[in-house]
Ligand binder design. Structure first.
Ligand code: PLP
Length: 437
């Protein structure tokens, strides 16, 4: 099975047919709990000497298929599905860091992740050290003996400059720090584990679900990080856990393969914080995975066409698309995104003010104005007044959001219809600005 390509794994990994009915579509196991065979069976499940279903907050057969499938697509060993992408990010960090520890994160982040790191994690006593990923060595410089992880997005919006995965993963290998990559914006087209990343998180809400109907997240473990070698840095995985009758996670999971990180996240954090993903939503994500490889290619080719169209348009001052901005390192883009540069495009209208941006958004007819990405439909937003509004102006600039920045998540409609709507909205925005002047 693992020799299949990601496109095939998205259809076949983790499930052939339902064991009782032979149903080919993965059933929605809409159950909270599972009958134990007998008391001894129940005891074995609880003490982890046998793996099996106990309670849907912690595991569910529908979720299990999805977890196996996404782990296989990314080339990992195990995954944990969660109720949102934010949940996935939160647990990916809390699984290795506690009060007094720190992580080093790229500045180029989704606004919600920035807030989580800059504010909420701080209240938990976890310091997040933000560094500019332009120079990968910044990660080394910010590392000390209490650094528990590096964190970054593969294709961070709004800057859309591809993260130097190999370079930072190599620093992490040297210093004993795992690299967690948020791969939400580039499933299939980038496989961060192939470049040395250790953990992946996704907001499944975006391209994986694809149809804009369900919120969810997932953490995937590559199995490649040696938690035992760096036992001093990772007491949460290597010292007895009082919340699980003294289990040492790297010991307790030895027989199962290199899955200590995911088993611990499931058995402790998911048990305690309860970010359970509804099996109904998981079903939608499984449907999404089946066409993900086709959709993502269409998103990429439409986005490239939109970027080319905007770059030639005299009403547009600047287009932000991987490989198109002068500050973008094209060799990085080619290394990490050889087959498609993603579905997100940023741009600024000439002499744009916040009002021009708003006029453009309000003139759109087919394209939706929503705070989301990765939908089959084309979406647009003005980040400075919406997704990044809670950030201070200097923080907005650090993440790449200027007052006139407009973000498009290019969908899979016919390209002519997307370009026609952009064209008429640009005309309306520029006319409106001229009138006001
Ligand atoms: N990561 C990225 C890159 C995102 O764009 C988002 C949401 O927009 C998230 C994480 C959070 O995901 P969710 O909305 O599913 O919690």
């Amino acid at each position: 099975m693992t020799t299949m390509k990601p496109e095939s794994l998205a259809l076949h990994a983790g499930y052939r047919a339902d064991p009782t009915t032979n149903a080919v579509a993965v059933p929605i196991y809409q159950t909270t709990s599972y009958q134990f065979n007998d008391s001894a069976h129940a005891a074995r499940l609880f003490d982890l000497s046998e793996m099996g279903n106990i309670y849907t907050r912690v595991m569910n057969p529908t979720n299990d298929v999805f977890e196996q499938r996404i782990a296989a697509i990314e080339g990992g060993v195990a995954a944990l599905a969660l109720s949102s992408g934010q949940g996935a990010t939160t647990l990916s960090v809390l699984n290795v860091a506690q009060a007094g520890d720190n992580i080093v994160s790229s500045t180029d982040l989704y606004g919600g992740t920035w807030n989580l790191f800059a504010n909420t994690m701080k209240t938990m006593g976890i310091e997040v050290r933000f560094v500019d990923p332009e120079d990968p060595e910044n990660f080394r410089r910010a590392t000390d003996e209490r650094t528990r992880a590096y964190y970054a997005e593969t294709l961070p919006n709004p800057k859309l400059q591809v993260f130097p995965i190999r370079e930072v993963a190599a620093i992490g290998e040297e210093l004993g720090v795992p690299l967690i990559m948020d791969n939400t914006a580039s499933p299939i087209i980038c496989r961060p584990f192939d470049h040395g990343a250790h953990i992946i998180v996704h907001s499944c809400t975006k391209y994986i679900g694809g149809h804009g109907n369900s919120i969810g997240g997932v953490i995937v473990d590559s199995g490649s990080f040696d938690w035992v070698k760096h036992a001093e840095r990772f007491p949460l995985l290597n010292q007895p856990d009082p919340s699980y009758h003294g289990a040492v996670w790297t010991e307790a999971t030895k027989e199962l393969g290199p899955v200590a990180y995911i088993v611990k996240a499931r058995c402790t954090l998911q048990r305690d914080l309860g970010l359970a993903l509804s099996p109904f939503n998981t079903f939608n994500f499984i449907q999404g995975l089946e066409t993900l490889s086709l959709r993502i290619r269409e998103h990429c080719s439409n986005a490239q066409a939109v970027a080319d169209f905007l770059a030639k348009d005299p009403r547009v001052a600047r287009v932000i698309y991987p490989g198109m901005t002068p500050e973008d390192r094209s060799e990085r883009t080619e290394t990490y995104l050889p087959e498609g540069k993603g579905g997100l495009v940023g741009f600024e209208i000439k002499d744009a003010t916040t009002e021009t941006g708003a006029a453009f958004i309000d003139a759109l007819q087919m394209i939706y104005h929503v705070a989301n990405i990765g939908d089959t439909r084309t979406l647009a937003i003005h980040p400075a007044s919406t997704t990044h509004q809670q950030l201070k102006p200097e923080e907005q600039l650090a993440t790449g959001v200027t007052p006139g920045y407009l973000r498009l998540s290019v969908g899979i409609e016919h390209i002519d219809d997307i370009l026609a709507d952009l064209d008429q909205a640009l005309t309306a925005a520029v006319k409106g600005t001229a009138r006001a002047a």
